[in-house]
Design a protein around this ligand. Structure first.
Ligand code: MTE
Ligand code: MO
Length: 229
């Protein structure tokens, strides 16, 4: 097989492996989702329970915003995979680019609707590295030491992107530029800003907020914010 054929085969395998699990995740399958407004493209109320819509885009971080130029930026994708890679900026930008419009729900109760994004699908990055059969979860690490974990059925959804463009502009440093992850079907803390490393794992492990009382699952339509609620 050529390199390209291997990537295509890996994508088909991942789709087959996770399609049904994805269809059964709460942000698609919940029959009693909480929220208001018209339905979004997954049949959930556009505004999840306990959220309000904002036009502004608040900035949340650990008190430190890494300054990573595209020249210095590297994306390490490794762990439970056949073909670990380290991408330079130019290589990342040469991967298939996806445009999408999705909503951004922060656990601190604001939602920013209909954000136009451009970036690379997590599914396409996963196809490149070819997760082993044993891979079930992934940890995303930022250049600021932040980390957040996801199951593969959440991480490989088609709207989970590593974005470099928002609102038609290069992603601002405040929001994780040059590149960050977005998870439109989960609270936004599941998307690491200043993405540095995507580490596939054979078991789940808690990220920064998940280990400090935030929910591990983070479903906006279940008000699933904190572990002890
Ligand atoms: N690297 C990194 N990513 C991060 C965070 C962080 O502190 N560091 N905060 C998370 C939280 S709690 C939220 S709500 C969103 C906020 O993204 P924004 O600042 O672009 O609104 O980023 C998430 N990703
Ligand atoms: Mo957040």
């Amino acid at each position: 097989m050529t390199k390209q054929e291997k990537i295509i085969a890996a994508r088909m395998k991942l789709r087959a492996r996770f399609e049904e699990k994805m269809r059964n995740t709460p942000s698609v399958a919940d029959d009693q989702p909480q929220g208001s407004g018209p339905t979004n493209r997954h049949g959930m109320p556009k505004l999840p329970v306990g959220q309000f819509e904002t036009e502004k885009w608040p900035v949340l971080d650990l008190g430190y915003k890494p300054d990573i130029s595209p020249e210095r930026w590297r994306l390490y994708i490794d762990g439970e995979v056949e073909n670990p890679v380290t991408l330079k900026w130019g290589e990342f930008m040469e991967l298939p680019q996806t445009e999408d419009v999705s909503d951004f729900h922060c656990v601190t109760t604001w939602s920013r609707m209909d954000v136009p994004w451009v970036g690379v699908r997590m599914l396409d990055l996963a196809s490149l590295v070819q997760p082993k059969e044993t891979a079930t979860h992934v940890m995303f690490y930022g250049y600021d030491t932040y980390a957040t974990n996801l199951s593969l059925e959440e991480a490989l959804k088609p709207d989970v992107l590593v974005v470099h463009t928002a609102d038609g502009e290069p992603l601002a440093r405040d929001h994780g530029g040059p590149a960050r992850v977005i998870t439109p079907q989960l609270y936004a803390w599941k998307g690491a800003k200043w993405i540095k490393r995507i580490h596939f794992m054979a078991q789940d492990k808690l990220g920064f907020w998940e280990g400090r009382g935030y929910s591990n699952t983070a479903y906006p339509w279940r008000n699933d914010r904190y572990e002890d609620e």
